[in-house]
Design a protein around this ligand. Sequence first.
Ligand code: PEP
Ligand code: MG
Length: 318
Amino acid sequence: READAWESRFEQAKTRDEHRVEVAANLGNTAHAADAVERGAEGVGLLRTEFLFMAYSSAPDLSTQIAEYREATDALDGRPLVARTLDVGGDKPLPYWPVPQEDNPFLGLRGIRLALTQPHVLETQLRALLMAAVDHPLRIMLPMVKDVAEFRAAKAIYDRLLNEIAPQERATDVQLGVMIEVPSSALLAPTLAAEVDFFSVGTNDLTQYTLAIDRGHPELSAQADGLHPAVLRLIQMTVDAAHANGKWVGVCGELASDAMAVPVLVGLGVDELSVSARQIPLVKARLREFDLADAQASAQLALSKATSDEVRDALEEG
Ligand code: PEP
Ligand code: MG
């Protein structure tokens, strides 16, 4: 099966009945974009830019960042790039951006909250992304957004840059979206969906915050299962709100590459799955195993259960 998946890795990702679902790669390093394309990626669905910032002893300047992002756009050759702005704090400290000692770093200054404390860093990153992706489809996404106020604060900087930089020097096929990884943003998805261009569900953090289980906890992390019906309901609310507003939704957390979860996510209406490059051929092959109607039935079955074990047992039998 793995050999067949590899052979057909360049085929367009779709279900057996040709319902299209994009399959993109999660990357921590722009140097790996070429490899992702070689493995059949239809784009990059999550570029974790914090690793670029961690590789330097101070925030990389504009030209360093442009060169770095161009490595990805060059390799992608017209395929979309979804780049996430700096997501540090919590489990990912940045040595030159010290955060005061916190009792609960996962509930502290991280993601967009932290970025908005030093807006010039965010501004330089947005400028670099916009300039690097001249003539390239660019989707910028903001991490850990909890409500529309944080989105608007970042969008004000983005809008100013769009006005400031001449269109021939920057991306014109560009969208600004948010990650859905805090339960409040899923609950408030209808208000966000009216203003953002897209959503990407970060199931790793969304599961952690919904179930109140540290995603890295040595004893508990096995229970942090994104197929928990509580998490699935939040994803359902997110997709429904997005589609009602004509916006698309991706999933870029680990759940997107779980063979049991793929039909559930597709059945919920997810438009894009972003997974580690290694998993791309397998996820594409998995999509070809079912029809959209099967996927919708799996999603309804999963939503009707009370625990993640019940969901997994039902899907296994189903
Ligand atoms: C997530 O939270 O699901 C996600 C994709 O972001 P990260 O794993 O980088 O926190
Ligand atoms: Mg996250």
